[in-house]
Design a protein around this ligand. Structure first.
Ligand code: AMP
Length: 280
């Protein structure tokens, strides 16, 4: 496995690989890799000849009072995991190389980004689309693999690729969960045992919603009310949103159509912001 820091070196290598006919798969991450990330590497390996994992804690997608400084950075352990999982290249650029002094160009998806996390994290998706377009231009992927855990991010990036005619396919991997149902996340590392116990109510509430739909409930109000109630029973959990939306447009649902709609939840577990979603 090769480790590359330089943007220029990565881009030259990718252009060479692509012109020799190799299919490139990219898995963009912010590191602190867990099984969820590694499952995306597996998908990329099935679909591509060369798998590039990018590890970059992207400053432009964090708000001023968010956790950029304390975000976990464990490069050596991440490299070991990538090597074990069979990645070909880890691209780990510096902030100075990605955003040199005077950097001033941003990409903004204006519709799908607006709701859900876009409300409380106003510049978040602008940072995500900008860094992903930069990573696509640097690594020239045929496919780029993202996790359904970040459903709004998936929808925004699919729209960016369509709108800007980017010659890459966005592939979505399913949400990987721990045995107790909690979605694996780098931010779970912030949680104490007690906080994690209460944060479990998030995945449990998604399960309750899914069971309601499976047994015939189609009312958005009823499901949102039940989920909100379940979350309110956990003392450390503060709901940011509970919404049922179209999986592609992220527009609020009026009545649930199974297969089309997602229930999306964001909540604080004390100081840690967590998100999760389920297809209804
Ligand atoms: P992050 O490092 O948090 O930016 O995540 C990098 C990629 O991993 C994104 O595409 C995420 O959606 C994906 N991801 C994060 N958690 C999970 C999970 N539990 N299951 C599947 N994919 C995930």
């Amino acid at each position: 496995m090769q480790t590359i820091q330089s943007v220029h070196e990565m881009q030259s290598l990718a252009i060479g690989m692509r012109s020799s006919g190799r299919l490139i798969g990219l898995v963009p991450t912010m590191g602190s890799l867990h099984e969820g990330h590694l499952s995306l590497i597996d998908i990329a390996k099935e679909r591509a000849d060369k798998v590039i994992v990018s590890i970059f804690v992207n400053p432009t997608q964090f708000g001023p009072s968010e956790d950029f400084d304390k975000y976990p950075r464990v490069l050596e352990a991440d490299l070991e995991k990538c090597r074990e999982r069979g990645a070909d290249i880890v691209f780990n650029p510096s902030i100075a190389d990605m955003y040199p002094d005077g950097y001033s160009t941003y990409v903004n998806e204006e519709h799908i980004s607006a709701g859900l996390c876009g409300v409380s994290r106003p510049n978040h998706f602008r940072g995500v689309t900008t860094v992903c377009l930069k990573l696509f231009n640097i690594t020239r992927p045929d496919i780029a693999v993202f996790g359904q855990k970040d459903a709004q991010q998936c929808a925004v990036l699919k729209k960016m690729v369509a709108d800007l005619n980017i010659p890459a396919e966005i592939v979505i991997g399913p949400t990987l969960r721990d045995e107790d149902g909690m979605a694996t996340s780098s931010r779970n590392e912030y949680l104490t045992g007690a906080q994690r116990g209460e944060a479990l109510s998030i995945s449990k509430s998604l399960k309750i919603a899914k069971e309601m739909v499976d047994s015939g409930t189609r009312s958005v109000d009823r499901i949102v009310a039940e989920v909100t109630h379940h979350l309110s029973l956990s003392r450390r959990i503060r709901v940011i949103y509970v919404q049922i939306v179209d999986r592609d447009t992220m527009e609020p649902a009026r009545e649930i159509e199974p297969g089309r709609h997602l229930l999306c939840v964001a909540a604080w577990a004390d100081q840690t912001r967590l998100i999760d979603n389920i297809e209804l």
